[in-house]
Design a protein around this ligand. Structure first.
Ligand SMILES: Cc1ncc(COP(=O)(O)O)c(C=O)c1O
Length: 444
């Protein structure tokens, strides 16, 4: 029995089913940059970056050093009671980094999920209204609040209701909603009509606190809303005094080739949530928003013992330094283009590759059958074979390849991963790939 098998067999006895989305039978030992190593010493090129939570790569030396130095000084004193220099410095830096010149404030959390809960709380408190509009295909997290505004998996609401009341979901303008030959303009207007339908039939706009959106949906399939659609929705919120908030947990911090995904649209949100990569994967999240909105709640309406913890804050400051010093935003844009070109070439060659969407080192690639429909089986074959050949890539929504390597991936590693994927596509085309024997139900 390999080390991987032995540890997984043991863990299987202890770990709740819901705690893992099943993909590959590996147990990780270590990571450096874009390379991860398992307990049997196999190395993989990581095209997942811990679910977009390690944009600076695994165990970046500068981040490691910052964590070690801070840990030696003060691991934790809850910022809920007393300030510390590191957290205070980070608060100032984040406020400056968020889009817009207006006055802003920050509130820390431990996860992207609780940051989205915080957005709900602040928006309700500020407006004195209760309704929230969010989108199908959204993943906002796993707490009751963030789960209630999500719309990407039945398992996120199954058996756990009732969820948060007064949530309305409207269709996200993704490619599956687009009619044949429909241009951005017509598509945006048609989907905006669908956005407005609840408001015209049962949802008084003056009772709506918040519109919460991923400007580019992550788990929904790396899908970008058209500019015009975003403008229409944003303008609607201006007309009706509704808070407009963006979830940057997955797509923020350089992932899309810009600092924030909302920067692609030239819109300044009232609030935004960040998490995942902010502390290179340590548990830290934040909500940054307009000062008047953020001042609408009093302590202890939104605080957590470890939120903004000194060690996670030190990791975040080092992470932001690395993003700047190593020009990771430009790097994401440049290397993303290499990957995008590759997948377009593959799409021209193979009919099973459908829509290709890339925004920085951040791609969604649809795998489809001859009828152009989602092909989950082929997707499973592809990602499993890639894994066998030393590339970690997973799927979204069953049939979308999720391409999100650490932004520090070297060009050589990237090309190596693409060469392996080209081989996998060739093998699928030649009907040489089978489903993995043990587990053909991998993925979401
Ligand atoms: C867009 C988005 N928001 C929120 C979350 C939740 O973050 P966390 O898992 O840190 O609670 C995620 C996680 O995948 C996400 O992708």
């Amino acid at each position: 029995m390999s080390n991987n098998e032995r540890i997984l067999a043991q863990e299987n006895q202890d770990l709740a089913k819901t705690a893992r989305i099943k993909y590959y039978d590996i147990v990780l030992e270590k990571g450096a940059g874009a390379i991860i190593t398992d307990v049997d010493h196999h190395q993989y090129i990581d095209l997942l970056a811990s679910a977009s939570a390690t944009n600076t790569g695994h165990s970046h030396p500068k981040v490691v050093r910052a964590i070690q130095e801070q840990a030696a000084k003060l691991i934790q004193y809850t910022p809920a009671y007393f300030a510390n220099t590191t957290t205070a410095t980070l608060a100032q830096r984040l406020v400056q980094l968020a889009p817009g010149d207006g006055d802003k404030k920050v509130a820390f959390g431990n996860s992207g999920s609780d940051a989205n809960d915080a957005i709900i709380k602040f928006a309700r408190a500020y407006t004195g209204r209760s309704y929230i509009v969010s989108f199908t295909g959204a993943y906002h997290g796993s707490t009751f609040g963030s789960m209630s505004v999500s719309g990407v998996s039945l398992n996120m609401s199954r058996k756990m209701g009732p969820l948060l009341p007064d949530i309305v979901k409207v269709p996200y303008p993704d490619q599956n909603q687009r009619l044949d030959g429909e241009d951005d303009d017509t598509f945006s207007k048609r989907l905006f009509e669908q956005f407005k339908l609840p408001f015209e039939t049962y949802l008084p706009a003056e009772e709506v606190a918040l519109v919460l959106i991923e400007a580019i949906q992550g788990d929904g399939g790396i899908v970008k809303a058209p500019q015009q659609y975003m403008d229409l929705v944003y303008e609607f919120t201006r007309q009706h005094g509704i808070v407009f908030a963006v979830d940057e947990v997955n797509q923020g911090l350089g992932r899309t080739g810009k600092m924030w995904s909302i920067d692609h649209f030239g819109i300044v949100p009232d609030m935004m949530s960040i998490g995942k990569s902010i502390a290179s994967g340590l548990p830290l999240s934040a909500v940054i928003g307009r000062r008047d909105i953020m001042d609408s709640l009093d302590a202890p309406a939104n605080l957590y013992t470890t939120a903004g913890n000194p060690v996670t804050s030190a990791a975040a400051l080092a992470t932001l330094d690395v993003i700047e010093e190593e020009h990771l935003i430009e790097r994401s844009a440049r290397l993303g283009q290499i990957a995008e070109t590759f997948f377009h070439q593959m799409a021209a060659q193979y009919t099973f590759i459908g829509d290709v969407r890339f925004y920085g080192l951040n791609g969604g690639v649809d795998i489809v059958n001859q009828a152009g429909e989602a092909d989950v089986e082929a997707t499973t074959k592809i990602i499993y074979r890639a894994f066998e050949l030393g590339v970690i890539i997973i799927s979204l929504r069953g049939n979308i390849l999720r391409f999100q390597p650490p932004l520090v991936i070297t060009e050589e590693e990237l090309n190596q991963a693409l060469t392996i994927l080209a081989q996998v596509f060739d093998e699928l085309n030649a009907h040489q790939l089978a489903l993995p024997e043990s587990d053909n139900h991998i993925g979401w």
